[in-house]
Design a protein around this ligand. Sequence first.
Ligand code: ZN
Ligand code: ZN
Length: 332
Amino acid sequence: MNICCVRHAEELYDEFKSEYNGRDSLMSHRVIELLSRFEDCGVLFNTFSEVKVVNLENFATAQIVPFRCPECSERGSLVNISAPLLLVIWRTAMIYMRCIKSWSHDQGKIRVELQSNLDEQRQEFQNMLGEYLTGQSSSMLTYQGEIDKIKDVPPMCSSLFLSLVDIAQIWVIAHEVSHAISKDILAEIIPELMAIQIGSQNFCAQMKLLPRAEKSWKEELDADLIATLLIYLTEFKRINADVENIHAREEIGSHLSGGIALACEAMYHIVNSNFPFKSTNPSDLEHPPLEIRWKVISNYLSQIAQTNASVDFHYLAHIIGRISQMLTIYPN
Ligand SMILES: [Zn+2]
Ligand SMILES: [Zn+2]
């Protein structure tokens, strides 16, 4: 974006903060770090948008403010990501990894044993969700304090889960930014865009939704898959591998599956503790439920990675799902 556009985005950001009672967040540094780690995504996102992280008192996960610059007339957008959401993703990973007792490789398979008593983790997880919803923390959260808690986690497991946090957080950002970048521009960058759009259109048509819901479902699923593909392609470049390389596809694909599962997991629990009695009939909902989003994403990932079926491609997502079930109970 031009300097004048960035300046205009800053003005809009200040207006946004005063309208929604938002505050600047320390997580801004974290996002700068992520955008440089996933460099290709970073360059693309910064070209078309200004990404900000804001502490919001309401429960919005993110907001996009599209604009036309008053000075140069270029289009741009301000993307505001909720700092509490990024924090919940990290804390979810930190609590979940503490549920794992052992993590080992056995003849190409990963064996995971969970702790037998998860009372402490269950309580902490519920407290964390409560803090997210009320905006009030019951205890002081410090980075060092949280790091100390994971000292007994098998090292292979903790480093893996921390790398899933990176994927989960950049994916949430990529999802929002892909709402903000015009489809014409995206079509030039990712030739697979047409296939994504036709895929989600067909999927939504099968669901027999009301027209308004159909439009918003399609937009959400498009953004999910575009974000997934952008990060997938970025990862090949980052590790300097060819997309034809099956081992790289397997590694990047399964890693992405775990990271996106973590993001969906965090959002799923936020939604469920916020609206525990929501309708269970998907066609009543304006937005696709997280279960359906995850199903569409995981299916898409299996397709683009096209690995052989000898390994469980979504094993990290399954481990996350198993822990999730053990930590939570929701009313039907
Ligand atoms: Zn401008
Ligand atoms: Zn969205």
